[in-house]
Ligand binder design. Structure first.
Ligand code: SD4
Length: 349
């Protein structure tokens, strides 16, 4: 199993027992690796390394952050080996449905959701932003718009990894939606959820979120995903929702989210992080506070079953992240750094 799909590692036996709420996590702002200066690009998970390279083709030449965040995640969308794009995990009926959004320094934003058979949903989201008076297009309407804009209708071709995961899931077709915050679980017995636990105890993930600052000091962000593996048909997470999976305010900073989308939406996650930075918190402190809010809103018995992480940058080009559980990492690229960074987390196992 590649690192990319290792959302969180703890064995069912060991992990549950060891999991204890931790207050005052030891890692301090000073010891956490940060990057300052511009241009800079950060993106979620280890697929972010390649995506950042794509973004750098724009940023390194003095280009605009908006172009960089589109080009960057295009790399991931085109990758048949990743959990994003047309080769990704399908919904429970076997169809890959894609969600994406993009936002620039002028608060222009665009989004597509429940989009099928289009290779680059983030680029369609950008067209929605630039060519329509709207912010979101969904489903067949989004596809119709994409085709009218010249995006080819592709054949769905699951990656071998996604095909194997889906075949495996079909054996039982069981569904354990850990984020559902209601008593009557029977109503939600439909299939697995995001991120779902793999047989070996690892967690998957299916998203790339990217935020960047260009040489002009302007911020933009993008987020693109196949959403939760084997989700109910029509389910959307946070990723295409401006304010949840992504938010940019060029006066303050930008944030993107990954993990259990329902719980990110519940606190308007990325917007919350940006607002906390507006109040003076560092990116890491803001992400941490938002994670604590996520944890407070989730029933205690479910908080150990979900993962959520935020990744943010402020107007000074300082970056930071925080996750609910260990296992989240992000990629950074600037003039003098190119590496993966492991995020701190609220829980220690
Ligand atoms: C969703 N936030 O659809 C996405 C899933 C995700 O890594 O981030 N997976 O809820």
């Amino acid at each position: 199993m590649s690192n990319r799909r290792k959302f969180l590692q703890f064995s069912l036996l060991g992990g549950m027992g060891l999991l204890a709420r931790k207050t005052g996590f030891a890692r301090s702002e000073e010891t956490f690796p940060t990057i300052t200066g511009k241009p800079v690009v950060i993106s979620t998970w280890d697929a972010g390394l390649a995506a950042n390279k794509g973004a750098w083709e724009v940023l390194g030449k003095g280009g605009r952050a908006l172009d960089a965040v589109e080009k960057g995640v295009n790399v991931t969308e085109a990758s048949q080996n990743c959990c994003v794009g047309l080769g990704a995990n399908p919904d429970r009926d076997g169809f890959v449905t894609l969600d994406a959004c993009i936002m620039d320094e002028f608060a222009n934003c665009g989004s597509v959701a429940f989009l099928e058979r289009i290779k680059h949903p983030v680029s369609v989201a950008r067209r929605v932003m630039e060519k329509t008076p709207h912010v979101m297009l969904v489903g067949s309407g989004a596809q119709q718009f994409a085709v009218a804009e010249g995006f080819p209708l592709e054949e769905q071709k699951l990656s071998p990894e996604a095909q194997a995961a889906y075949s495996n899931w079909l054996k039982n077709s069981t569904y354990h939606p850990p984020a559902i915050n209601v008593e009557n679980k029977a109503n939600h017995d439909h299939g697995p959820f995001a991120p779902y636990k793999l047989e070996n105890g690892e967690w998957n993930h299916d998203t790339i979120g990217m935020v960047a600052m260009d040489t002009f000091g302007n911020l933009s962000g993008s987020c693109t995903t196949s959403g939760a593996g084997f989700k109910m048909r029509g389910r959307l997470g946070d990723s295409p929702i401006i304010g949840a999976g992504l938010f940019v305010d060029n006066e303050v900073g930008a944030c993107t989210a990954t993990g259990q989308g329902e719980d990110v939406i519940r606190i308007a996650g990325s917007h919350t992080v940006v607002e906390l930075m507006r109040q003076g918190l560092s990116p890491e402190a803001a992400c941490k506070k938002a994670i604590e809010r996520v944890a407070r809103k989730v029933k205690p018995e479910r908080v150990k079953e979900i993962q959520v992480a935020f990744l943010a940058i402020n107007k000074k080009g300082k970056v930071g992240a925080w996750a609910l559980h260990p296992g989240f990492s992000y990629a950074i690229k600037s003039n003098d750094r190119e590496e993966m960074v492991t995020s701190g987390s609220m829980f220690n196992s």
